[in-house]
Design a protein around this ligand. Structure first.
Ligand code: GLA
Length: 663
C-alpha cells in the first residue's frame, strides 16, 4: 500500500462490493429448481441416456414401490457436473434403485463438491427404501452427482435421483467439463543404452525360437548374450536371438547393449519347456482402428511403424490381425467374398491378404512376431469364416504361414455348443490348444469368450495363455472412459487367477486414433489425458497384456509417451507376474500395491473422483516404515527421496500417480 489514501480507497471499494452483493442477494428471490430442468445432455450414464422424470429405461421413476413424478434416471457409472454461485442454498433429493430393473443392481450415490464428499449413500439394491440427500450449498461452486456401479459391475444399475431440487437464488447450470490439456510426463529416453521389456521368455523344446532384446539408446547399438543354450544364436547388430533349442531347462543369459554413450547390463532368463507367455503379451492388434477393413498392406505398414517409431525398443512384440482376413461367409463381394475354403478344406484368405507367408516373413525380419484371429464357430463375429470342423487344418495353415499368436473368439460357437455348461464352454479351447501343442511351431493362445463361466478359473487348464475377462471395452466410444474404469477396476477382484503363462485380459489399450463404430469414423481416443495415464497404469499394475489397438501409423507424441515409458512397462513385464491389489479404497480414492520380483513394490494412487483431489498418503498405514525406502515417480522417472510420514499428491480428475518403492 503506497499511502493512507490508497488504503481508504480500497476499504471503500470493499464496502461497495459487500453492499452490492447484499442488495442483489435480497433482490433475487429464493426459488426451487428441479434437477430434471437442467441440461441433461451433459450428464453421463454408461448405458442409455439420462432421462428427465423417467427412469433410464423410460418408465415412471419408482423406488421401493412408490412412484415419483419428478427426478432424473441415470445408469451407473454416471456423472453430472453442476455449477453454482456459492451463495446460500440447498440441494435435496432422495436416491434409490429403480423398481423396473433386475435384482443384481447395486449402486452407491455420491455428491462431491469443491469442499469434498458431501453425501454418500449405502450400497443400494433394488427394493431398498430411498435415502435422503441434503447438501448445504453455501460456498459450493462445483457439485458432482455420481452413481458408482460398485464392485459387482454395472449390470442393471438403474439409479434414480427423485424429488431432486435446488433451493437457490441463481439457477444452477449443468456443464460439460472443459477438455483437459494433454500433458507429457515421460522423459525422452537417454542416449545411453537401457535394456527394456520382458526379462524372461519361454518357448517349447524343438520349436523355432525368437526373442528380440528391446533396448533404447542412440543407434548403432551392439548386443552380446553369454551362455546361450545350444541351438540359439544372437545377431549382435539387431539384438535378435533365434534358433531351436532341443533341451528343456532355464538358462540365465547375461546381456549387454552398448553404444558410444555407455553400456547396459541385464540378465535374460530363457525357459525352454515352461510355457510361452511368461510375461503379459505386448504388441498391437488391428481391431479398434481398422475393424473389418484390415489389409495385408496396412499390417505391414503397422509392423514397420512399430519398428520405425521405436515401440519395438520398449518391448512391443506382437503385430496381430483381428477379424477380417478370412473370406466372408455367403458373400459374392469381389474382395472378401467367394468360397471360404479350398477344395481340400484348407482356409482361404480374402483378397486383402494376398500372401500371408510373405507378411509374417516381413514381420519377423523386423524382430517382431505375427498374430491372427479365428473363431471355433462356423463364422467369426464379423461374419467371416470360422474354424468349425477344420481346426487341425487351420492350425496347420497358421504354422505354414508362420504365425506366432492366435486370438480364438467364441462368436457363433454358441450355435454349436449344446449348453452353457463348463464342459461345453471349454470344449473348443481344449481342442485348439491340443492341436497347437502338437504343432511344430509355438503359437500363443488368447481365448476370447468375454468371461463366460468365469473363464479365469479354468482358462489355463483349457490351454489358454490369456483370456478376455469381459465383453468388449470399446463398442461405445461415448462411454469408453466409464467402461475402462468399470472393467479396469473389476480385474482386481479376479487377480489371483492371473499370472505367468495365463493372464487375465481386460481388452486393448484404446489410445491414439480409434474407430468410432456408432458414427462410422476414425476419432481420437475419447479418454482424457489423465485417463490415458490411469488406463496404462491400471493395466501395468494388474499385469494385463499391453495390446495397443489404435492407429500406429499416425502415432502422435502424446500417445507414444503413454505407451513408451520404460519404467512403467517394467511394472507390467515384471517377471514375478503377480497382479497388484487394492490396499485402500475410500470415496473414490483407490491405492494399489504390486509386489515385484526383486523385493521392490509399485504403488498406484488413483483419483476416481470427478474433480481433482489432494491425496495425503500415510506410508505407515500402508505398511511402510518411515524413512527407509526410496520413492520413485515412475511416470516422471524421478526420485522423490526417502519416504516420510505423510506425503501429499495433487491428482487430476480421473488421474493417478505411479510410484516404485525401492526396498
Ligand atoms: C468380438 C471380440 C473383439 C473383436 C471382434 C471381431 O467382438 O470381442 O475383440 O475381435 O469380435 O469381430
Amino acid at each position: 500500500m503506497k499511502n493512507r489514501h490508497d488504503f481508504i480507497l480500497l476499504v471503500n471499494r470493499l464496502i461497495f462490493i459487500a453492499v452490492l452483493y447484499f442488495l442483489t442477494s435480497c433482490a433475487s428471490p429464493v426459488r426451487e429448481i428441479e434437477l430434471s430442468e437442467l441440461d441433461l445432455s451433459v450428464f453421463s450414464s454408461s448405458w442409455g441416456e439420462t432421462k428427465a422424470n423417467l427412469s433410464i429405461s423410460g418408465k415412471p421413476l419408482s423406488i421401493a414401490g412408490k412412484t415419483y413424478e419428478k427426478g432424473v434416471g441415470m445408469h451407473a457409472a454416471g456423472e453430472a457436473h453442476v455449477c453454482l454461485d456459492g451463495r446460500k442454498g440447498q440441494f435435496t433429493a432422495c436416491v434409490g434403485i429403480d423398481d423396473n430393473t433386475k435384482e443384481n443392481a447395486s449402486v452407491i450415490f455420491y455428491v462431491f463438491t469443491n469442499k469434498g464428499v458431501a453425501f454418500k449413500s449405502a450400497i443400494m439394491h433394488k427394493g431398498d427404501a430411498p435415502q435422503s440427500v441434503e447438501v448445504d450449498l453455501k460456498g459450493v461452486t462445483d457439485m458432482y452427482l455420481v452413481v458408482d456401479p460398485t464392485a459387482d459391475g454395472n449390470g442393471y444399475d438403474h439409479a434414480n435421483w427423485v424429488d431432486a431440487k435446488f433451493t437457490v437464488q441463481m439457477p444452477p447450470v449443468a456443464v460439460r467439463d472443459e477438455p483437459e490439456e494433454r500433458y507429457i510426463l515421460t522423459p525422452p529416453p537417454s542416449a545411453a543404452p537401457r535394456i527394456n521389456g520382458s526379462k524372461i521368455t519361454g518357448a517349447s523344446v524343438g520349436k523355432p525360437f525368437m526373442f528380440t532384446i528391446a533396448a533404447t539408446g542412440e543407434r548403432p547399438l551392439t548386443f552380446t548374450a553369454k551362455n546361450l543354450p545350444e541351438g540359439l544364436t544372437l545377431n549382435p547388430e539387431t539384438g535378435i536371438i533365434t534358433g531351436i533349442c532341443n533341451k528343456n531347462g532355464t538358462y540365465s543369459i547375461p546381456l549387454t547393449a552398448a553404444n558410444c554413450a555407455g553400456i547396459c547390463r541385464d540378465t535374460l532368463e530363457i525357459v525352454i519347456g515352461g510355457g510361452l507367455a511368461l510375461t503379459p503379451h505386448i504388441g498391437w492388434n488391428s481391431w479398434y482402428i481398422y475393424q473389418l477393413g484390415i489389409t495385408q498392406e496396412i499390417m505391414e505398414k503397422s509392423a514397420q511403424a512399430m519398428y520405425d517409431k521405436g515401440l519395438i525398443n520398449f518391448g512391443y512384440t506382437y503385430v496381430n490381425i483381428d477379424d477380417g482376413w478370412e473370406i466372408k461367409v455367403n458373400s459374392n463381394d469381389e474382395i472378401v467374398g467367394g468360397s471360404v475354403r479350398n477344395p481340400d478344406g484348407t482356409i482361404r484368405t480374402n483378397r486383402n491378404f494376398p500372401d500371408m507367408k510373405r507378411m509374417t516373413e516381413f514381420i519377423h525380419s523386423l524382430g517382431l512376431k505375427a498374430g491372427l484371429y479365428s473363431s471355433p464357430g462356423r463364422s467369426t463375429c464379423g461374419g467371416y469364416a470360422g474354424s468349425f470342423g477344420h481346426e487341425a487344418q487351420d492350425i496347420q495353415s497358421y504354422v505354414d504361414w508362420g504365425f506366432d499368436f492366435l486370438k480364438y473368439d467364441w462368436c457363433s460357437y454358441g450355435n454349436e455348443a449344446k449348453s452353457n455348461e463348463l464342459d461345453e464352454l471349454q470344449k473348443p479351447y481344449l481342442l485348439i490348444s491340443k492341436l497347437i501343442s502338437e504343432a511344430p511351431r509355438d503359437i500363443v493362445l488368447n481365448m476370447c469368450q468375454y468371461g463366460m463361466g468365469e473363464v479365469w478359473k479354468w482358462g489355463k487348464k483349457a490351454g489358454g495363455n490369456s483370456w478376455r475377462t469381459t465383453g468388449d471395452l470399446g463398442w461405445n466410444t461415448q462411454n469408453l472412459s466409464n467402461s475402462m474404469f468399470d472393467i479396469g477396476f473389476f480385474q482386481e477382484k479376479i487377480r489371483e487367477y492371473s499370472g505367468p503363462d495365463g493372464w487375465n485380459d481386460p481388452d486393448y489399450l484404446l489410445f491414439g486414433n480409434i474407430y468410432d463404430w456408432a458414427n462410422q469414423k476414425i476419432t481420437p481416443s475419447p479418454y482424457s489425458p489423465s485417463e490415458h495415464y490411469t488406463c496404462m497404469t491400471l493395466w501395468c499394475m494388474m499385469s494385463a497384456p499391453l495390446i495397443f489397438s489404435g492407429e500406429i501409423i499416425t502415432l502422435d507424441d502424446f500417445t507414444k509417451n503413454i505407451l513408451c515409458n520404460a519404467e512403467v512397462i517394467d511394472i507390467d513385464q515384471d517377471k514375478l507376474g503377480k497382479p497388484g491389489y487394492s490396499i485402500f479404497n475410500k470415496d473414490f480414492i483407490e491405492i494399489w500395491k504390486k509386489e515385484l520380483h526383486n523385493g521392490n513394490t509399485a504403488i498406484a494412487i488413483f483419483n476416481r473422483r470427478p474433480m481433482k483431489a489432494k491425496v495425503d498418503v500415510d506410508w505407515k498405514t500402508l505398511g511402510y516404515d518411515n524413512g527407509h525406502y526410496n520413492v520413485r515417480d515412475l511416470w516422471r522417472q524421478k526420485d522423490l527421496g526417502k519416504i516420510s510420514d505423510v506425503v501429499s499428491f495433487d491428482i487430476p480428475r480421473h488421474g493417478c500417480v505411479m510410484l516404485k518403492i525401492e526396498h
